[in-house]
Design a protein around this ligand. Sequence first.
Ligand code: NAD
Length: 447
Amino acid sequence: MGTYTSAEEVNNTYARLRDTFQSGKTKSVEWRKWQLKQLWWLVSDNKDRFLDALHKDCNRSAYESLVSEYTGILNEILYHLQNVDQWIKPRRPDDGSLPMTLLAGASLRPEPRGLVLIIGPWNFPVSLLLRPLVAAITAGCTAILKPSELTQASQACLVELVPQYLDTDAISIVTGGPGETTSLLQNKQFDLIFFTGSPAVGRLVAEAAAKHLTPVVLELGGQGPGIVTASADIDFAAKSIASTKYMNAGQSCLAVNHVLAHPSVAEQLVELLKFHFEAFAADGPDSMTAVINKKNFDRLKNSIEKSHGTVVYGGQADPDKLSIRPTILTDLTPNDPILSSEIFGPICPILITTTEDAIRSINSTHCQLTVITSTTSGGVTVNDTLVHAAVLGAPFGGIGESGYGTYHGAYGFKAFSHMRTIANTTGLIRSLFGVRYPPYSKKDPNR
Ligand code: NAD
């Protein structure tokens, strides 16, 4: 591991960013647009450096990084630049309360939360740090970024480039592992913590935040299954599912965790999954992204070994390259251990089940109606995978074990803003509000 930011440096950074927020500098729309543009240049000017770093961190191809993380950051910045003027405007409360709104001279003003902490994971180490930062800037916050210590090359790029391009009085990056992050969370009070990572660490973050009553957005892990019904386009379903297991070697919170396949199509689905995994590997077996580290490599190997299912495809694992071939497991029973955890790797377990039983297994409750009305999730894609997360204007975030709070587009702006209600009464109206003044005995008609 590289060297981490010293405690003294963290203290100085924290104090500097607090002062900047107090000064009001980050609240002007000019500052917000300037920093959004600077962030755009940071990302665009250094495209090749970032893509090389991501390749170094996890053997991910440049094209895959472009599609899965890079363009998303640029699109997010553009979307915020287009909309910031509109989003920051004060507005009236709902029309339903118009008489009171007029009497109270009421307006709602989105204000920045303050100094925020953004903690990122390793699986998309640039975009999952910078996309929340886009929203923090648009909202007018100052921000400390804490990247994952597991992706050292991309962390080094960010550590060098953030101060070169962005306003160092308002946006800073600090580095550290679990110990340093714990002490940051416990010793410093933030106005919002935006955390992307595992549910286990998310709980620790929420606990530490509770000490300071700090609001938290938690973007956590998921176990979203893919349901393949009898009427599905099986070839397309297989291709789409296989791609989520192939991209980033399945190390994505949006990857299909396991497949619940209708008995009438399961056999065909397995054959087509094999076909698409073969086709995806046309550039050679080592073209797939590697598993991030030995710990996760061992975890994934163990989960294949501990499963009672049959490996019908793949299964080869190379500890030197930290690579695991896409692996299909069948002959599973509903209580197989591999179905109850977040896999986060290129393993594709298939449970054969009717759609009704699939819904029951998702909910562990009685099912009725359709999949969407009978289940709960942060988002859902029908007839494909992942696509719901690509809609810029739609909220992105989990529910239950997958966390709380949302971002992307205006939802990110809202996450980093506080909607402040402002009332401003005038002379005549003030007398109407006089009903509240004691003594009450003279005012109560029942007395
Ligand atoms: P992680 O929880 O191990 O680490 C995330 C961050 O927390 C890192 O910056 C790390 O340094 C820090 N951290 C680790 N241990 C800590 C501790 N004890 N105390 C304080 N901080 C600590 O997660 P990860 O392994 O980097 O990422 C994988 C997880 O993230 C998966 O569960 C995945 O589903 C989830 N994820 C969710 C989303 C989403 O948008 N919902 C996106 C990507 C990843």
